[in-house]
Design a binder for this molecule. Structure first.
Ligand SMILES: C[S@@+](CC[C@H](N)C(=O)[O-])C[C@H]1O[C@@H](n2cnc3c(N)ncnc32)[C@H](O)[C@@H]1O
Length: 282
């Protein structure tokens, strides 16, 4: 089988799940990984004869894609804020909105840095580690702690931290019953924000392949993490400390209200125009 025949076979096999342009895009990504040919080289090598081993690898990928498994999980890595990030079934696949959250945070923490040279940062809900990794990369003098209840997620996050040689203090704990024992200059979080009773409204592809603990709050209270963060901020966020949260777009005003004792708090929309972030100054 040649490369162009494989490409056609690939597109036809996944046509029930992906549009033509999506399947071309996904094929290119896997061809880059398996055949070690960049996009330009792939276009120049349409007649390349492929070994049975390579064809079998693509066949395996097709079988997995047909189950609805996200292609990034099959690939095992993604790019986030310009960094290579390993992912697997134990962590949330990084979302573009979280890149926006970090853009907002980096800009505002830079301003804070004129007053505090080594800010102490707490991230709640580590997942693949994207938030603490990006912040530690941008603010090497900062002290970054990150808590997650999922031991398996922490294994992946540590793998990412080792890969990028970044020093993060990972904490394995249930944040909802965790006593913070020090104060922070920055609290940031993208916690689970869907009430467990709303599970039936979420697409099967998300529910089936991404960890439930990353998506759903443990009760029907979708704001349970935000309430605990508000409580902790009272005692453990320093004066003029900064708060950055990714939130459920349907609960903007209710979530913002939890932080009305801050000297400043605002809702910020994402690029799609949804209420998606809260920025607060204590
Ligand atoms: C929405 S995901 C966000 C992951 C990552 N920060 C990101 O933006 O991709 C929420 C994370 O919170 C973690 N989590 C869920 N319940 C938790 C709890 N009770 N205590 C600490 N972490 C928890 C999940 O394991 C998951 O990694």
């Amino acid at each position: 089988m040649t490369l162009s025949q494989l490409k056609k076979h690939f597109s036809e096999s996944v046509s029930e799940i992906y549009t033509d342009s999506e399947s071309v895009f996904i094929f290119q990504i896997f061809a880059e990984d398996i055949l070690e040919l960049n996009h330009f080289q792939q276009r120049q090598s349409t007649d390349l004869e492929l070994s049975d081993e390579k064809i079998n690898q693509f066949q395996q990928i097709i079988s997995e894609l047909k189950t609805g498994k996200p292609y990034l999980q099959i690939l095992g890595e993604t790019e986030f804020y310009g960094m290579k990030i390993f992912i697997d079934e134990n962590v949330l696949i990084p979302r573009p909105e979280t890149e926006e959250l970090l853009e907002i945070a980096i800009q505002r923490i830079s301003n804070l840095k004129s007053q505090i040279s080594n800010p102490r940062i707490l991230d709640i809900g580590t997942g693949s580690g994207i938030i603490p990794l990006v912040l530690k990369k941008y603010f090497p003098e900062s002290e970054v702690s990150s808590v997650d209840f999922s031991e398996k997620a922490l294994v992946t996050a540590k793998k990412n931290a080792d890969f990028h040689k970044l020093d993060i203090n990972f904490i394995h704990a249930d944040y909802l019953s965790f006593d913070l024992n020090k104060n922070f200059d920055v609290i940031i979080s993208n916690p689970p924000y869907i009430g467990i009773d709303e599970e039936n409204k979420i697409a099967d592809s998300v529910k089936e392949f991404e960890p439930k603990i990353a998506l759903f709050s443990p009760t029907s209270d979708a704001l349970i993490f935000y309430r605990k963060i508000a409580e902790d901020s009272k005692k453990h966020l320093n004066k003029n400390g900064l708060l950055f949260l990714e939130i459920n777009q349907k609960l903007g005003p209710e979530t913002l209200e939890l932080y009305n004792d801050f000297s400043h708090s605002e809702l910020i929309k994402d690029l799609s125009g949804n209420d998606r972030f809260i920025f607060g100054v204590k």
